[in-house]
Design a protein around this ligand. Structure first.
Ligand SMILES: CC(C)(COP(=O)(O)OP(=O)(O)OC[C@H]1O[C@@H](n2cnc3c(N)ncnc32)[C@H](O)[C@@H]1OP(=O)(O)O)[C@@H](O)C(=O)NCCC(=O)NCCS
Length: 427
């Protein structure tokens, strides 16, 4: 195969290098295109645009493959914890026993937040959305640790290990606090004897007079949820983090922007939309067939189906689907919404509308049902996604920060507005 791509415009021919990734992904290096030709590419939604070279996560959407730093997601889901996967994503290798213990300890000792932050929770109006609170709080963390959030790249990198552990730790405390603030419940302090995920459940559901003791299956299922959300290549929120980071902004500001990117229903908000959709179908007494018909006619959207990259099963959806069944079985409970979800999946997978468009269940199709089984309230679903995604955002921030001569992200546009016109004297 030629290692150059040839482009002919207005009778002139230009050659551009081909870049091949470590898994054979091919790209045309168009960095000199505008300088050479005066043309830019138009690629709405960036579906054909590689915005960076990255070593973190590999996805093959056609084959339904997801790997963190080379390790298949199925193997990590079986053998790793969220915290080990977070270390892998951030530092490139799984931790040995000593590295894991140091990482855990660094996270553990950062679990509480400065008490001055409590007053900030009071400043939000009642019923504020926890994603708005989370984003504001993640950014304001930088105010409490200004030496880690200096916007001086060298200095911010010098404090990176501490900042990364702090962020992984405090996001969980802030998330639980935002839930309890909204409910008017007193804040619960973290416990040193609990591991990461169990500690989160404790801060969410314990009361000063009644300690919540989650069972092992519940903790394991939530840990799996977090691990499966830990990174996913250049999605909307991660690209947002990289874009903000490319200006030289610190880790806290960049991650806070990522939280906002995640909030929308086409991204992290989809897990909420899926459960609301299933509730609606249940309430209407529909077996799912009317909803599928409406989705095909463009009157509804089958939330949790379809993906910009996966044109096959999202491997995370397969793992989560089984996890929901396992958790409910262990609890000896049934969820009518799971039955509806399975019926929808079955009909969509055998329907030409969905088959032709390669629409398969994505991570959100079953993740909301898993959170519901664990007892996480609906308004916290996207926050849970954010806790899981923190390692990916941190790793991507670092990749931008350590890249020598990193260019600021600055796409171009094609202006379609009015051409130059003159301002007449309105008077
Ligand atoms: C994820 C998503 C935004 C990807 O969007 P995209 O790559 O831009 O794909 P498009 O929206 O262009 O969809 C392509 C076609 O499939 C249809 N389609 C896509 N997702 C669909 C869905 N969930 N239900 C019904 N039809 C869908 C579109 O209507 C379009 O049909 P058309 O070609 O007849 O116009 C989209 O599939 C979606 O909205 N899914 C539901 C939300 C969701 O689960 N998001 C979480 C993603 S992890």
């Amino acid at each position: 195969m030629s290692d150059k791509a040839t482009l002919t415009i207005e009778g002139k021919t230009y050659e551009y290098p081909i870049i091949v990734g470590s898994e054979g992904e091919k790209a045309i290096d168009a960095r000199n295109l505008r300088a050479d030709t005066g043309y830019i590419t138009y690629d709405e939604g960036f579906a054909n645009t590689g915005s960076c070279l990255s070593n973190i996560t590999f996805i093959d959407g056609e084959k339904g493959i997801l790997r963190y730093r080379g390790y298949p997601i199925e193997q990590l889901a079986k053998h790793s914890s969220f915290i080990s996967a977070a270390y892998l994503i951030i530092y490139g290798e799984l931790p040995n026993a000593q590295q894991r213990e140091i990482f855990r300890e660094n996270i553990r000792k950062q679990a509480s937040v400065n008490t001055a932050m409590n007053a900030m929770f009071d400043g939000f109006p009642a019923r504020s959305h926890p994603m708005a609170i989370l984003s504001a709080m993640m950014n304001s963390l930088g105010c409490y640790y200004p030496h880690m959030a200096s916007n001086n790249r060298e200095q911010d990198l010098e404090h990176f290990d501490e900042a990364a552990a702090l962020m992984i730790s405090k996001v969980r405390t802030i998330a639980a606090m935002s839930y309890r603030a909204e409910k008017g419940l007193p804040f619960v302090w973290p416990r040193v004897d609990l591991r990461y995920t169990a500690n989160f459940l404790h801060m969410m559901f314990s009361e000063p007079y009644n300690t919540y003791e989650p069972d092992e299956d519940t903790v394991e299922a939530l840990d799996l949820f977090l691990l499966l959300h830990a990174d996913h290549e250049q999605n909307c929120s991660t690209s947002t983090v990289r874009m903000v980071a490319s200006s030289g902004a610190n880790l806290f500001a960049s991650v806070a922007a990522g939280v906002c990117g995640l909030w929308g229903p086409l991204h992290g908000g989809a897990n909420v939309a899926v459960v609301k959709m299933l509730m609606e179908i249940h309430k209407n007494g529909d077996d799912g067939s009317t909803f599928i018909r409406n989705a095909k006619e463009g009157k509804a959207r089958l939330m949790g189906f379809g993906h910009r990259v996966y044109k096959n099963f999202d491997p995370r959806a397969k793992i989560l689907g089984k996890a929901v069944e396992r958790v409910l079985a262990n609890m000896g409970r049934k969820d009518p919404l799971l039955d509806i979800a399975k019926r929808l999946e079955e009909s969509a997978l055998s329907d030409n509308y969905f088959v032709d468009r390669k629409l398969y269940p994505n991570v959100d199709f079953y993740s909301g049902l898993l959170l519901r089984a664990i007892g996480i309230p609906l308004e916290m679903f996207t926050v849970m996604f954010a806790i899981g995604r923190i390692p990916g955002w941190i790793a991507n921030w670092r990749e931008v920060a350590i890249t020598p001569k990193q260019k600021i992200y600055r796409p171009r546009q094609i202006f379609m507005g009015p051409p130059r016109r003159e301002l007449e004297d309105i008077a």
